[in-house]
Structures are given as structure tokens and as C-alpha cells.
Design a protein around this ligand. Structure first.
Ligand SMILES: CC(C)(COP(=O)(O)OP(=O)(O)OC[C@H]1O[C@@H](n2cnc3c(N)ncnc32)[C@H](O)[C@@H]1OP(=O)(O)O)[C@@H](O)C(=O)NCCC(=O)NCCS
Length: 202
């Protein structure tokens, strides 16, 4: 079976199948939301969504993110989602997706692939250990205070994507990932809001 699996980057026209896979993973989404989510990952740079095709249809999905951190010389690459259609599990699709993600990571200079998995996922530990992953840590999660989260959710939901307005010598730019406010010379100031971090530079 694994020889018959093709893995490629997801496209906007895969929206129905991508939404279905997210549903299998326990994160239901409407197909209409998918193109914007794919675009958001691309816009933020080092991230990719892969789909696996077998029997002429999409049967699996993986997302991967690379980021630079201070405590490693090489980028840290994280497998952030992985799912295979229930009726086709155990036939090599998950292994094929992880193989492509691993190559993507190596191309970015990473020497390690990391992931976290929720405690309720019964199949995941056996699968990852079978593929050579070691259980090396714990994950902690906490909800962000409701008011702060709501504020940033409103900002990120702004239906303004890369809209730019020029007001005399002042420039205001918004993007869907947050808010960037810039005032150009004679003095320069920059305000960036990007959830979950508030970053103000003078
Ligand atoms: C985990 C998951 C992606 C695995 O995908 P899959 O296509 O079924 O896995 P594969 O068929 O490629 O399996 C690869 C190898 O792992 C083994 N394996 C798969 N599941 C296993 C399990 N639960 N326990 C032990 N070994 C397992 C397979 O036997 C196979 O071994 P082999 O290649 O030596 O024969 C799939 O079960 C899934 O989507 N689960 C629900 C979502 C999920 O838990 N995702 C992970 C989120 S962190």
C-alpha cells in the first residue's frame, strides 16, 4: 500500500478533504475556512500542509512547522498534526506522511523532528514508537485568560488582509495575523500585535 501513496502539499481545492481529515482528528472545520487557514500557514513562512492520496482520494493529512529557537543551533521542526482516514489505517499512509515531513525538515537544516500527542490518543504512542520516536518529555497546556483571548481573536478575525492605507506620511498596515501600525519619518514608531505576544517597539 505505501508504494501507492502519493504525498504532496495541500491546495485550496483540497478544502473538502482537508476539512474531513481535521474532523477525523477531532478538530471539525468548515471547508470554506480551509483556504484561508492554508494561506495563513504559508504567509507565516516555515510551515507546510501535506495531504496523502491513495485510491485517487485524499486519505491523510500532516502539518509541519519549523522555527528557530535560541537554545538550538538548528531549527526545531514539529509535526503539528497527523491523521489518516479511519478505514485505511494500518496500511502505511501515516508512515508515508511522516517520511515526507522528515525530508521537509532535513531540507531546512533540522536534525530532529518533535511532536506532542494528547493523552486520549490511543493509537499515537505505539505508532510513533514503531517509527523510532522516543518519549522524551511532557506537554502542559493552559487556557489563556478569556478577555485577552477574546481581544486577540477579534484582531485576528479582522476581514482585512494586507490592506494598506497611506495617510500623508503615516502608513497603517493591517494583516490578518495581527495588527502592525507604523509611522514613518520624521520619527519612526512601530507597534506590532501578534497573538499571543504583545510586542511594542519604539
Ligand atoms: C496514528 C495514525 C496517523 C497512524 O497512521 P497509519 O496510517 O494507521 O499508520 P501506518 O499504517 O503507516 O503504520 C506505520 C507502522 O506503525 C505501526 N502502527 C500503526 N499504529 C500502531 C499502533 N497503534 N501501535 C503500534 N504500532 C502501530 C504499523 O503496524 C506500521 O508498522 P510497519 O510499517 O512496521 O508494518 C492513525 O492511526 C491515526 O490517524 N490515528 C488517529 C489520529 C492520531 O492519533 N493522530 C496522531 C496525533 S498526535
Amino acid at each position: 500500500m505505501s508504494d501507492d501513496v502519493e504525498v504532496r502539499p495541500a491546495r485550496d481545492e483540497d478544502a473538502d478533504a482537508v476539512a474531513e481529515q481535521l474532523g477525523h482528528l477531532g478538530y471539525p472545520a468548515s471547508p470554506a475556512e480551509i483556504p484561508a487557514r492554508l494561506a495563513r500557514l504559508r504567509a507565516r513562512g516555515e510551515a507546510e500542509t501535506f495531504v496523502a492520496l491513495a485510491e485517487h482520494r485524499i486519505v491523510g493529512l500532516a502539518t509541519v512547522h519549523a522555527r528557530d529557537v535560541l537554545h538550538h543551533a538548528r531549527p526545531v521542526v514539529q509535526l503539528t498534526a497527523l491523521v489518516v482516514s479511519p478505514e485505511i489505517r494500518g496500511r502505511g499512509v501515516g508512515r508515508a506522511l511522516v517520511g515526507v515531513v522528515e525530508r521537509w525538515a532535513a531540507e531546512r537544516g533540522a536534525d530532529r523532528l518533535v511532536l506532542t500527542t494528547a493523552l486520549h490518543r490511543a493509537e499515537a504512542p505505539g505508532f510513533y514508537e514503531r517509527l523510532g520516536f522516543e518519549h522524551t518529555g511532557r506537554r502542559y497546556a493552559r487556557r489563556i485568560a478569556a478577555l485577552v483571548a477574546a481581544f486577540f481573536m477579534v484582531l485576528t478575525a479582522l476581514p482585512i488582509s494586507y490592506a494598506h492605507a497611506q495617510v500623508r506620511e503615516r502608513r497603517v498596515s493591517f494583516d490578518s495575523a495581527g495588527l502592525i501600525f507604523e509611522i514613518t519619518p520624521p520619527f519612526a514608531a512601530r507597534l506590532s500585535l501578534a497573538p499571543p505576544v504583545l510586542n511594542v517597539q519604539y
